[in-house]
Write a protein that binds this ligand. Structure first.
Ligand SMILES: *Cc1c(COP(=O)(O)O)cnc(C)c1O
Length: 452
């Protein structure tokens, strides 16, 4: 009985898979936030190095991974694929459950897969410093680590409420040499303006994005880096699904269903896009994105053009959105609290290639605890949404008298989220209602786009 399927280092993928040329419908243009007309590559040049801009818009299906990036990935890749024998037994299911574990990276999630690639291209083009935002700290810590590998300084604007409530991710970022500011900060005009209006502001991801973008745009040697949503980030994550396909072949199985949790879309894209390619070539496989019911972007959002951030500084893209000024309730899966979604995943949901499901947090923590007690790994609250979806898939298969092969992405561990587990164990965790009114209100503020 095999428990884990491992690949040697020389099986780290040599290419990323770019799904853009394979989308069932051609991609929508990216619009300038001021003019609402398509951006040109040079509009993005103050923010991103040229190779990243090319990757964002490129139509090349396979993009070679530079040797330096493969060497960086080799510190933790290929990541293991596990068969969840103990979870299967506890569920009493006939289905076979497999998981790809991304918590083996230095920062404990899938995010360094893109951080090392972004740091590499910036360093190669002579950039000296990266500015970014972080909510709970997963992206900030991943970029701090990657910056250290490639000799870049990293400045992180961390949402103030998390800066105070999640001190240990802040400590990680500083350990890896990054400079961390609680956002809103007095470092930027955007931050100072907010502090003047409200000196006690808790901050938000939208405000932190504005600060990081302003920092990059106003410093010659500094660029901006984003940890999810964008096409190049999703592409960098496809090493996950490519490895998983090989590991599933070692196990002698092909999944009936592939599942990932969904915040901005990057870990889901990572495991699912290589299988979406199979599916578009005629393979039978279902792809399921699992999101929180209190921030139900894919299941309840509108497929429309919207801003990426609250203060309308980022480009406007076509995606599933709850409205750029929608403030999701404060659930513990901080990485899933985003009003929008990856335009690539959105387009695949719209085309019916990807399915989406939504769950409330108590059910997800219950599934996470069952997973921790059986498989041992304590999952990140984000990943627990995928586990809940797995439990539901196995249950449905048993009810139908079928045996299903289920593969999911365990996007990270929950070692920095133990306060949330404490709260769940003490019975103090709340399920939030579907925030209908807040969503209806913010949907009224979508930009009115007329393409000439
Ligand atoms: C950031 C994060 C997510 C959500 O982001 P995606 O871009 O949707 O993947 C999920 N899981 C973990 C562990 C994260 O750190």
């Amino acid at each position: 009985m095999t428990t884990k399927y491992l690949l040697p280092e020389d099986r780290i993928p040599r290419h990323w898979y770019n799904i853009l040329p394979d989308l069932p419908t051609p991609p929508s243009p990216v619009l300038h936030p001021g003019t609402l007309q398509p951006v040109k590559p040079e509009d993005l040049a103050p923010l991103f190095p040229s190779r990243i801009i090319e990757q964002e818009m490129g139509m090349e299906r396979e993009v070679a991974i530079p040797e330096e990036v493969r060497e960086a990935l080799a510190r933790w890749r290929p990541s293991p694929l596990f068969r969840a024998h103990a979870l299967e037994k506890a569920l009493g299911t006939r289905s076979h459950i497999y998981y790809k574990y991304e918590g083996v990276s230095p920062s404990g999630s899938h995010k360094p897969n893109s951080a090392v690639a972004q740091a590499f291209y910036n360093a190669k083009e002579g950039v000296k410093r990266l500015a970014t935002e972080t909510g709970a700290g997963q992206w900030g810590s991943s970029l701090a680590f990657a910056g250290q590998l490639f000799g870049l300084a990293v400045t992180v604007y961390m949402v103030k409420v998390s800066h105070e409530q999640k001190p240990y991710r802040r400590s990680m970022m500083r350990t890896w040499g990054a400079e961390v500011f609680a956002s809103p900060s007095s470092q930027t005009q955007a931050g100072r303006r907010i502090l003047e209006e409200d000196p006690k502001s808790n901050g938000s991801l939208g405000i932190a994005i504005s600060e990081a973008v302003e920092d990059a745009a106003t410093h010659e040697d500094t660029k901006y880096a984003l940890g999810s949503v964008l096409n190049h980030v999703c592409m960098h994550q496809t090493v996950i699904g490519q490895e998983a396909r090989e590991q599933m072949a070692l196990a002698g199985e092909y999944p009936d269903v592939v599942i990932g949790c969904h915040g901005g879309g990057s870990n889901f894209a990572g495991i699912a896009f290589p299988y979406a390619r199979d599916k578009m070539n005629g393979k039978q496989v279902r792809l399921v994105a699992a999101e929180p019911a209190s921030c139900p972007t894919l299941t309840r959002g509108t497929y429309a053009f919207d801003y990426g951030d609250t203060v309308k500084m980022t480009p406007v893209v076509k995606m599933h959105t709850l409205g750029h000024d929608f403030m999701p309730p404060g659930i513990h899966a901080g990485g899933l609290r985003y009003h929008g979604a990856s335009p690539l995943v959105s387009s695949l949901v719209h085309a019916g290639v990807v399915e989406a499901v939504a769950y409330t947090q108590k059910g997800c923590f219950e599934a996470a605890l069952l997973f921790a007690k059986t498989e041992g790994i304590i999952p990140a609250p984000e990943s627990s949404h995928a586990i809940k979806a797995v439990v539901e898939e196995a249950r449905k298969a048993d009810e139908e008298g079928r045996e299903r092969v289920i593969l999911f992405n365990l996007s990270g561990h929950g070692h920095f989220d133990l306060a949330a587990y404490d709260q769940y164990l003490a019975g103090g965790l709340e399920d939030h209602e579907y925030p209908r009114e807040a969503i209806e209100r913010s949907m009224g503020n979508l930009p009115k786009v007329e393409l000439g």
